[in-house]
Design a protein. Structure first.
Length: 392
């Protein structure tokens, strides 16, 4: 690598594995490099402390997506994944987007939702109980902040309460209290769940009901990340198809996903093909993100595409992706898994929000790669070429 700050590394795929590892020596400490490149990077005694009934460890290939610029910063993207064509597709799409400065991304404040289910209230008493809880909001928030003083010191803490009436359910009407908690650089599940447990007796006393479930929601729609990109139509040309033809084909493929949930499920799975491998590589809860993403895709009442594509007034292709991303760079597996820490170091992220901005950008890149493949040659030809290489 001649430019050690650039994610544009021509011919990287032609190098041997040892040569690729050697190329990272100027980007990582010796400890982090060893964590990424050693066989059996996760020691069995550490694995035994992470989960129950450990009998061994299971490895996935860890590769690097290249060519990414996110908010003006070059970054290599570590991705742990077993499926061929994902890393190649993301890298190819990112190279196209470099023509216009890369991806531009934002992340909302890291606010998570905790839910407390309040039962055993007569239907006619629900509005009054809701108002009593809202009137007590300041005191309830204070109880949460007393529980997490270090979080408050870092700028996080309880933000506000919402109270919802569920008017009809298989067990009848009930209340749900939402605690909105800013969890800073944590994913936040443990923080939120602990806070809900702390609030439950207070909510029972104020509402007169019985607090049942006290747990976070994985539909983290207050903690989203959004990425945009622009691609000059001319660079989309592929084979015997012009850039304009491929661009039109991308719009037609996206419109299919926007209108039909059967297509949208596969379309959104392709987006998550880009997102999940980074979450696995960094020790984040990819299952929680998947649940939130699919729920978010159905927030209008009909399941649809998470992304949006259009042609600009200048004739370029423009894409946008917004998705809930509850990510952490502290705590959980991110804290204890040496390879996860090394992957975060490789990306150089300083906050969970910055990680979310990179992740949503890769999701948009993966979507572009899939749509371009569908529009230009059909998804299977390039995929099977890489799949056959794996089999060989």
């Amino acid at each position: 690598m001649t430019n050690h700050s650039s994610s544009r590394v021509p011919g990287f795929y032609k190098l041997s594995v040892p040569e690729r590892q050697a190329a990272l020596q100027d980007r990582l400490s010796a400890v982090d490099l060893a964590a990424l490149t050693a066989d059996g990077a996760l020691a069995l005694d550490l694995a035994d402390r992470m989960i129950e009934n450990v009998v061994g460890t299971f490895s996935l290939p860890l590769g690097l997506a290249l060519n990414f610029i996110v908010n003006g910063r070059e970054t290599l993207i570590p991705m742990a994944v077993e499926e061929p064509s994902i890393i190649a597709g993301a890298s190819s799409a990112a190279r196209l987007v470099r023509e216009t400065g890369g991806f531009f991304a934002t992340a909302s404040p890291p606010e998570m939702i905790g839910q407390i289910q309040v039962l055993d209230l007569p239907a006619q008493d629900l509005p009054a109980a809701k108002q009593r809880l809202l009137d007590a909001e300041a005191g309830l928030r204070s109880e949460v902040d007393k529980l997490h003083p270090s979080l408050v010191k870092r700028g996080g803490g309880a933000r506000f309460l919402e109270v919802r009436v569920i008017p009809d359910s298989p067990i009848g009407p009930f209340l749900v209290v939402h605690l909105i908690l800013d969890v800073r650089d944590a994913m936040g599940a443990n923080l939120v769940n602990t806070a809900c447990e702390q609030l439950a007796p207070h909510i029972e006393r104020i509402s007169g009901g019985r607090a049942h479930l006290r747990i976070l929601s994985n539909l983290s729609d207050r903690r989203t990340a959004r990425a945009t990109c622009t691609v000059p139509t001319g660079v989309l040309a592929h084979g015997d198809k012009s850039g304009e033809e491929v661009c039109q084909g991308i719009l037609e493929a996206w419109a299919f996903a926007a209108a039909d949930p059967y297509r949208a499920a596969t379309h959104n799975k392709g987006i998550l093909n880009g997102i999940d491998p980074i979450l696995i590589a960094t020790g984040n809860d990819w299952r929680a993100v998947e649940a939130g993403a699919h729920a978010y895709a159905a927030r209008s009442g009909s399941y649809t595409s998470l992304s949006m594509w259009k042609v600009t007034a200048d004739g370029d292709l423009a894409g946008e992706l917004e998705v809930p991303l509850a990510l952490g760079i502290v705590g959980g597996a991110t804290r204890v898994h040496p390879a996860a820490r090394a992957c975060l170091a490789l990306m150089g992220v300083a906050s969970a929000s910055e990680l979310a901005e990179i992740v949503v950008s890769v999701g948009l890149a993966q979507n572009l790669a899939a749509l371009r493949a569908l529009a230009a040659e059909g998804i299977q030809r390039g995929h099977m070429r890489l799949h056959n290489r794996k089999e060989g």
